[in-house]
Design a binder for this molecule. Structure first.
Ligand SMILES: Nc1ncnc2c1ncn2[C@@H]1O[C@H](COP(=O)(O)OP(=O)(O)OP(=O)(O)O)[C@@H](O)[C@H]1O
Ligand SMILES: [Ca+2]
Ligand SMILES: [Ca+2]
Length: 582
């Protein structure tokens, strides 16, 4: 669990102004000298031994003379954040009385009565594997090398994450481990996801056996380059992260702890694939569902997670933070204390003024900004991010099906004819390149020879992508219910109107122009005189809404047709709840 205690870049990036020649390795001065850093002298927080793989690498030695580390690294030292205040208490609630500095207490120290710590996994770990040296540690688990003794894995090297049962002192902590194994087991078959092999248990531990990643953490590579990537190298990383996250989201799984420590390279090779690990905080989420528990790592946590209402978009924020770090080498939201970081996440805009941002491509800037949008509705989804012009030309970019499209289309079908025609006008203002992602999604849905799709196509397309996780997350069930409601055909033009997200369009620079030209088109063949009562009923507003008050500006007094404001509000989509909230 990486809440605020994950290894931070601070531990490893000494400030050049203090000591320009310090190679990037474990920095004992920063980690031990700061009084707030209670984690620094804890065995669980020592840097992963995998770092030693890098010690003699050319990238690492070259780094000792790095001069291009961005300004923010020079200006102030990066003491680790102080232990969490309110978030720390949430962590404690989740994991009982476990405090970071108790993380290495021998098994059996905490006696918790009444918790069922039987997972139903095989008891024969020792018969199957020979445990070797430790290769990494996290908050509640440590990972060892192991060799198979028999069966398919005989003489094969694997990684085993060992999670001591003594650390599972609440039902939630036990459930987290159960879910971690279940999700890892279910999410098979993506090349950027660590391959799960098996799970075991004995009286003391749970053992998760998986593919061994020998290439170290992404964090190590970032550090070994002085924290800055060229755009091309950053793209390489981003495409892989987005690809696996788009896959998880389609399966109805939100990772909730995306950070450079949780991506490992399979080998030390420069071209090695990157693998997502650590599904310890992951959860299932249906397309319309909102989660509310605050989990994650402080630097990477999305604002809506702190507001306790979030979905898969929270992962996209974390990816935005990773992208920002890759491209400029410093964190977008930084403070000395954890509560300060949260304040920054909620209120501050990341800086794009200092070097190297002015020299980066406008596409790179736009990409990062559209991930670090505080309004989760305006943020890119993983599939959209893969279609973003910054990555679109990349050879490994393969855009998968995006559940947001399903959500949009469903909302469109349930909308009034007035709104559908307004959305149609808006879609007609978008260029072919702006609609490239919608076109890709349409093709993925497999239109028939005449170029039409129905909701049934969503079901068929999803079935092609189904894993156990999709069943566990009940995404399939959700699709089944809705597809039985609607069999209407839709051509590409109508699909565009239905699939575009107005909230996301508002986030682009040219929104105002689109809205104006769409209104002109709507004026020509969609706008008509409408009474307030009729409008209210088209919008499906309940009787409790004072329609003459809230809708009066929606109608143009000169001719009784929809005003520009009414048009804009209409395309956003409204419900009685919108007005009750206002
Ligand atoms: N498949 C693997 N191959 C090699 N090393 C691994 C593997 N899985 C995990 N590790 C190492 O073990 C470390 C801890 O694993 P993991 O992040 O899953 O543990 P955790 O206790 O859940 O961590 P956290 O404190 O971030 O929640 C990783 O950071 C990594 O260095
Ligand atoms: Ca974890
Ligand atoms: Ca981890």
């Amino acid at each position: 669990m990486g809440l605020c205690h994950g290894k931070s870049i601070d531990h490893h990036l000494p400030t050049q102004s203090q000591n320009p020649a310090i190679p990037i390795e474990k920095d004992s001065t920063t980690s031990n000298s700061h009084p707030a850093d209670k984690t620094s002298d804890i065995p669980f927080y020592s840097p992963s031994p995998l770092r030693s793989f890098f010690k003699n690498s050319p990238a690492n030695s070259a780094n000792s003379s790095v001069t291009s580390t961005p300004l923010r690294f020079f200006k102030r030292p990066f003491p680790p954040p102080s232990p969490a205040k309110h978030i720390k208490s949430l962590l404690a609630r989740r994991h009982g009385s476990v405090k970071p500095n108790e993380a290495s207490i021998p098994e059996g120290h905490e006696v918790v009565i009444g918790l069922d710590k039987n997972f139903g996994y095989s008891n024969h770990f020792v018969a199957h594997y020979e445990l070797g040296e430790e290769v990494g540690r996290g908050h509640f688990g440590y990972t060892c090398l192991a060799k198979g003794k028999k069966g398919n894995f005989k003489a094969h090297d694997v990684a085993v994450k060992v999670i001591p049962k003594s650390k599972m002192s609440t039902a939630i902590a036990i459930e987290d481990v159960r879910r971690e194994v279940k999700i890892l087991r279910a999410l098979t078959g993506h090349k950027n996801l660590v391959q799960f092999y098996d799970s075991y248990e004995d009286d003391d531990n749970v053992y998760i056996v998986m593919e061994l990643c020998k290439g170290g953490e992404l964090l190590d590579r970032i550090l070994s380059r002085g924290g800055k990537y060229s755009e091309e190298d950053a793209k390489e990383v981003m495409v892989q992260i987005l690809s696996v996250v788009a896959f998880c989201h389609l399966q109805g799984v939100v990772h909730r702890d995306l950070k450079p420590e949780n991506f490992l390279y399979l080998s030390k090779d420069a071209k090695s694939p990157l693998k997502a690990i650590d599904f310890g905080l992951s959860d299932y989420v249906k397309p319309d569902e909102r989660l509310n528990d605050i989990v994650g790592s402080a630097y990477y946590v999305a604002p809506e997670v702190l507001h306790r209402s979030y979905g898969t978009e929270a992962d996209m924020w974390s990816i935005g933070v990773i992208a920002y770090i890759l491209l400029c080498g410093s964190r977008p939201f930084w403070s000395r204390t954890e509560s300060g970081i949260f304040r920054a996440v909620l209120k501050a805009d990341p800086s794009f003024d200092e070097g190297p941002w002015p020299n980066l491509s406008p596409d790179a800037l736009d990409f990062v900004k559209r991930l670090l949008n505080k309004d989760y509705r305006k943020r890119l989804t993983a599939a959209q991010a893969l279609s973003h012009p910054w990555l679109a030309g990349h050879p490994d970019t393969k855009v998968p099906l995006d559940m947001i499209v399903y959500r949009q289309v469903k909302a469109y079908i349930c909308s009034s004819s007035l709104r559908r025609s307004a959305l149609g006008a808006l879609a007609r203002t978008l260029s072919v390149s702006q609609l490239a992602y919608v076109r890709e999604q349409f093709n993925l849905l497999g239109p028939n020879k005449s170029g039409y799709i129905t909701m049934q196509n969503f079901k068929t397309a999803l079935t092609k992508n189904v894993t156990e996780a999709m069943k566990d997350s009940r995404v399939t069930e959700y699709i089944n219910v809705v597809s039985s409601l609607q069999h209407r055909k839709m051509d590409f033009e109508e699909f565009c109107a239905s699939a575009i997200s107005v909230h996301q369009l508002v986030g682009i620079q040219t929104w105002e122009e689109h809205a104006r030209s769409a209104y002109e088109l709507f004026e020509k063949d969609g706008n008509r005189p409408i009474r307030i009562e009729e409008l209210a009923s088209e919008l499906g507003l309940s009787a409790s809404v004072p329609v003459h008050v809230v809708l009066q500006d929606w109608i143009r007094h000169s001719d009784g047709k929809l005003s520009f404001l009414g048009f804009v509000r209409l395309v956003h989509g409204v419900s009685s709840r919108t007005f009750q909230k206002a």
